[in-house]
Design a protein around this ligand. Structure first.
Ligand code: ZN
Length: 327
């Protein structure tokens, strides 16, 4: 499934071209309507045939563990070990990265991971999504999207995948997600996301989440990077010898997710920790006003694991509070 634009020996994406055994990098100018951004694109053309993997990191601009881990693996890989090809955008939302923006692209105040597959004539985020969908997701055999908790979020490491209904594609997603080797594996759609866009195209898609809170310690970057390497091995793009770094673990499968949001503006006082197992009805925290009076008491609609948790005191109506994954 290599790109065909300049003949069978070349991988060509967005004007970049790689021959077998080559890694090529470039800053690709993408017109977002009101401004032009430069996306850091990497093509790795393996020396033997194999699947094409599309990869993005930094869809959310302040998710530094994913950005640091993707860059490390993609720039350290020896193309001579690769079977197939990799098309990677190492920082997929440069305006959000530059602004250290939580959730949103500052150009239009939209969450890039809610507007896929985008619109080439739409808002800046919609145009960016359309470009990534057309150039990175489309044409791939497997798509991997690397995230972590945002600047204001803690999380327990987990992978996500979405079912396409095609048994062979879904088996690939499952194999790759399990190989990533994080604590939990969450199955379920996220409308408007990269992975939903990929699944809609019938492409295997895996989400990886490690770390957060605006920090990028080696302990987290190393886990995310090692997970990506194992995922690429499981996909058949890398040999087993490339599965280096801290060992993975057997993921606990979660099939249900409750994503709780605040109904009021205020001050968020969580009563649980990320990774904690909660029971249905358990008090999870309160949103208070400026004087400390309780405006919203949050309880668990289901029992399960707190997968991510907003850790900032500031809370806005409609913003996420936490998510629960259930077995
Ligand atoms: Zn994210």
């Amino acid at each position: 499934m290599s790109s065909s634009a300049a003949g069978p020996q070349r991988l060509v994406v967005a004007g970049l071209s790689a021959t077998p055994g080559e890694r090529v990098t470039g800053l690709i100018r993408v017109d977002l309507g009101e401004t032009i951004v430069e996306l850091p694109l990497v093509l790795i053309h393996g020396v033997r045939p194999g699947p094409r993997v599309g990869l993005t990191a930094g869809i959310h601009g302040a998710e530094y563990v994913s950005i640091a881990a993707a860059r490390r693996v993609i720039m350290e890989l020896d193309p001579a070990t690769v079977q197939g090809s990799i098309v990677a955008v190492l920082t997929a939302n440069p305006p959000a990265f530059a602004a250290r923006s939580i959730y949103l692209n500052p150009l239009d105040r939209r969450n890039l991971n809610r507007v896929f597959p985008g619109d080439p004539a739409g808002s800046p985020s919609e145009r960016l999504a359309a470009w990534l969908d057309a150039n990175v997701i489309a044409g791939s055999d497997l798509f991997i999207d690397m995230h972590c908790g945002d600047m204001n979020e803690a999380l327990v490491p987990f992978t996500g995948l979405e079912l396409t209904g095609d048994a062979a594609v879904d088996a690939l997603s499952r194999r790759v997600a399990e190989a990533y080797g994080l604590d939990y594996l969450v199955i379920g759609p996220l409308p408007g996301s990269t992975t939903t866009a990929a699944a809609t195209r019938g492409i295997a898609a895996v989400l990886g989440e490690v770390g957060g809170r605006g920090q990028w310690p080696e302990s987290d970057v190393g886990v995310h990077a090692a997970g990506l390497r194992r995922a690429l091995v499981a996909a058949g793009v890398l040999p087993v010898s490339e599965a280096t770094g801290p060992a993975g673990r057997v993921s606990t499968l979660l099939t249900l997710e409750a994503w709780l949001r605040s109904e009021v503006n205020g001050y968020w006082h969580p009563a649980v920790e990320v990774g904690e197992v909660v029971t249905a009805g358990q008090a999870l925290g309160e949103v208070r006003d400026a004087f400390g009076a309780v405006r919203g008491a949050i309880s668990a609609p289901i029992g399960g694991v707190v997968l991510f948790l907003v850790t900032s005191l500031a809370m806005n109506e409609g913003d996420p509070l936490l998510a629960i994954g259930a077995e």
